[in-house]
Design a binder for this molecule. Structure first.
Ligand code: CU
Length: 487
């Protein structure tokens, strides 16, 4: 068995971690002989290799990747000169960036050294029910769990991982448990472009540096329950206002993850146009040029940032005001622009921008005429279809193999980002407007009083899957339902 460094830090991002992983070729005899634990796990992995979404891309060489991740309390410096008690994956906030490839068989050995039950939810990944890290499979304090799954061909994209124990997800994520997961394709058309991973979060701190949780019954607690918890400190990869170096003329690929409990970002770099090349489930078919991008909770985007500034100049990555609130609890400073990071141009002479492919990949359309059913999923404050989450109830049942249209209706005057576990979907319409291009998504923001129609195919993996609002406080309040996919 060889030891490889599979996880690499994105270029120049000091906060990203390097983690050792153990890699072995599937069914490589000497590898099996050297590691008894791997032998056992390889047996499990081998049964799940058959790709369910083969139409989305070419096969990749099979390999098995073993990862150990520990969640534990830690004390870190987040604000200058102050110590903050956090929960951390492998001692870091965000946790280590995990880099994998399509076709990888993955075994994650999770150790829970927190004083409370937890899980790791592999947000957006198409995997077996028992590997989802949903509230159905809590891992007790001091306990361990192996998450075993195979990354499907065509699944390359930007994902993330975070705890999902009901009803304390907000607390654990806000304490620091979240990290990036990148899945790479063998034929990535943008693989030559230097890359950054930006994990966005926000938080509130006491003057002593502790994470500030409001007293129950306080006005702040009521505001958090209604709006979801927002903080006044903006963090990019766990840092306040990091500097992102760039050279004039250079193009960088940014993968951005919204790991905030409730803050919706409206991202812009004034003076720069952005090339939007992908979202939750990877690249689009064609790039889309934009000035700004709304990134709701748990959504991801891939952007190409072009260094159109002058050598030695600076620009800001900002979040512009975005009104997702009901008027009654809209924060007084909701319309403040928030600075997130500094884009700092080197003094080197401009570089010639690289040529970019016009076509990024093919995304086969899910055909609405094949949908067996159209379901209405209605979101109101704290509830879905008029009910709070009940782990012992099944809200929706779907036959394995079915294609369905889901009509997500937001009945109230506040945005609710809708997330479906385990299965990626294609958005068909937003409030009656056909989606202008195809993409794979697992979260879609449903703005106040609007309706989003999406199409999804339940092609594999029977079991019970969560669907919920991804404002974490709303999820914890029970704005979540159970979908059962039956064989
Ligand atoms: Cu919500």
């Amino acid at each position: 068995m060889r030891d490889l460094r599979l996880f690499s830090a994105p270029p120049r991002d000091a906060s990203s971690a390097q983690v050792r992983t153990r890699v072995s070729r599937l069914l490589e005899p000497h590898a099996l002989a050297l590691c008894a634990a791997a032998v056992l796990s390889l047996g499990i992995v081998a049964a799940t290799v058959a790709p369910a979404r083969a139409a989305r891309g070419p096969a990749t060489p099979l390999r098995t990747v073993e990862i150990t991740i520990t969640a534990a309390p830690a004390r870190l410096t987040i604000l200058p000169g102050l110590a903050t008690d956090v929960y951390a994956y492998d001692g870091r906030v965000p946790g280590p960036t995990i880099e994998l490839r399509e076709g990888d068989s993955v075994i994650v050995h999770f150790r829970n050294e927190l004083p409370e039950a937890s899980t790791i939810h592999w947000h957006g990944i198409h995997l077996p029910f028992v590997a989802d890290g949903s509230p159905f499979h809590p891992v007790a304090p001091g306990g361990t769990h192996d998450y075993v799954f195979t990354l499907q061909p065509g699944s390359a994209g930007t994902y993330w991982y975070h705890p999902h124990p009901h009803p304390v997800t907000t607390h654990q994520v806000v304490k620091g448990l979240f990290g990036a997961l990148i899945v790479r394709a063998p034929d990535d058309p943008l693989s030559d472009i230097p890359e950054r991973v930006l994990v966005l979060s926000d938080n509130r701190f006491t003057s002593g540096g502790a994470i500030d949780f409001p007293a129950s019954g306080s006005l702040q607690a009521t505001m958090d329950a209604e709006n979801g918890r927002e903080g006044d400190v903006m963090l990019v990869n766990g840092q306040v206002m990091p500097v992102l170096p760039i050279r004039a003329g250079e193009v960088q690929r940014w993968r951005i993850i919204n790991a905030s409990a409730a803050r919706v970002y409206r991202l812009a770099i004034p003076g720069h146009r952005l090339l939007h090349v992908g979202d939750d489930g990877g690249l689009f078919e064609d790039p889309v040029e934009v000035d700004e991008i709304v990134l709701a909770n748990a959504e991801r985007v891939e952007l190409l940032v072009r260094g159109t500034g002058a050598p030695g100049s600076r620009a800001l990555l900002q979040s512009l005001p975005y009104d997702r609130y009901i008027p009654q609890t809209r924060p007084a400073d909701w319309n403040r622009t928030r600075d997130l990071a500094v884009l700092e141009y080197s003094t080197e002479p401009p570089r010639t921008a690289p040529a970019l492919p016009a076509r990024l990949r093919e995304i086969p359309a899910l055909d609405p005429t094949t949908a067996r059913e159209t379901r209405v999923v209605a979101m109101s404050q704290g509830m879905i279809n008029g009910r709070h989450m009940d782990m012992h109830r099944v809200d929706l049942q779907v036959k394995l193999g079915a294609t369905e249209i889901w009509q997500i209706e937001n009945l109230v005057g506040m945005d609710h980002p809708f997330h479906l576990h385990g299965f990626q979907f294609q958005v068909l319409e937003r409030d009656g407007v056909p989606e202008p291009f195809r993409s794979w998504k697992d979260v879609v923001n449903v703005p106040k009083h609007q309706t989003v129609r999406l199409i999804v195919r339940f092609d594999d993996f029977p079991g019970k899957w969560m669907f919920h609002c991804h404002i974490l406080d709303h999820e914890d309040q029970g704005m979540m339902g159970v979908l059962e996919v039956t064989p």
